[in-house]
Design a protein around this ligand. Structure first.
Ligand SMILES: [Zn+2]
Length: 290
């Protein structure tokens, strides 16, 4: 009995009686204010330590905005690379942090229908975009990802999972290419371009203080005006993935109901978006291509 009450105390989800909103924040790194080089985006890079603090500052701007907009419960999911970039000591202490990349749902781990709004922070453009800092989808191995015939990047794929749960994506920050891309997948989303992508490497950075103020304002307004749509549950989810190698399709042929339609392309269909999402993630992340 003592143990049971300890457990329920240790993992509060929503404070009893709270009427406020529950907000989910997914934080990637390439689209963070001030991030402009690949020595910043992976552990061991000379400027990685700087970049993870910049990442925490953008996350904190979104957290502040969410609370100002009526949130009483905020979950932050580290969504970049190892997904162990954000340090809890750097984060606004009101938010809880989901950390480490060994997750079924990656950038959307922990999302479910109990949330009222979603904010994407630090997002980047999809693989093979003509513009957008470090444009890619999931990992470097993907050339194109299509869900039900639409080519999507990480923002579009994550938005499809959000629609499954009926939770609106209310704000996105990143470079202008990422913001435009997410806005196409999520009409009405509040976009904050914290940098202008000149190509896939050079950027013009918005001053940091202004970028964070804009993230905070978009998050506040987005959460304040969030209205939950009915969950969108299609009869099936058709996925087509084109890779930059032929190794992953060769391995993927071992999974039931995955069809290799060209040496570098696989197709499959799943009955729900969470199932499709999980398999997409396995294919781009967990197959050794050495
Ligand atoms: Zn990413």
């Amino acid at each position: 009995m003592l143990f049971v009450s300890f457990v329920s105390f240790a993992f509060p989800v929503t404070p009893a009686g709270a009427q406020g909103k529950k907000v989910y924040i997914s934080v990637d790194m390439e689209g963070i204010s001030g991030v402009n080089g690949d020595d910043q985006t992976s552990a061991g890079g000379a400027e990685y330590g700087r970049a993870r603090r910049l990442m925490a500052e953008d996350a904190n701007a979104a957290i502040r905005g969410a609370f100002e907009g009526g949130a009483t419960d905020v979950v932050v999911n580290d969504s970049h690379g190892s997904q162990r970039n954000l340090l809890p000591e750097d984060l606004d202490p009101r938010a809880r942090l989901i950390s480490h990349s060994f997750k079924r749902y990656g950038m959307m781990e922990g999302l479910d229908e109990t949330f009222d709004a979603i904010i994407f922070v630090g997002y980047h453009a999809k693989a093979d975009a003509a513009r957008g800092l470090f444009a890619h989808t999931g990992s470097g191995v993907v050339r194109d990802l299509q869900v039900n015939g639409a080519s999507v990047g990480e923002g579009g794929m994550n938005a499809a999972l959000a629609r499954w749960y009926g939770v609106p994506v209310v704000a996105v920050s990143g470079d202008d290419a990422a913001v435009e891309e997410v806005a196409r997948a999520v009409p009405g989303v509040r976009g904050v371009a914290v940098k202008r992508a000149i190509n896939t490497r050079a950027v013009e950075l918005k001053p940091l203080a202004e970028a964070r103020k804009d993230i905070q304002a978009a998050s506040r307004e987005g959460v304040q005006s969030a209205r939950k749509p009915a969950p969108e549950r299609l009869a099936s989810y058709q996925v087509r993935m084109q890779f930059r190698n032929v190794i992953i399709p060769e391995v993927a042929a071992a999974f039931s109901d995955i069809t290799v339609v060209a040496p570098d392309v696989v197709q499959f269909s799943r009955a729900s978006m969470p199932e499709a999402y999980r398999l997409i993630r396995v294919l781009y992340r967990f197959i050794n291509t050495d």
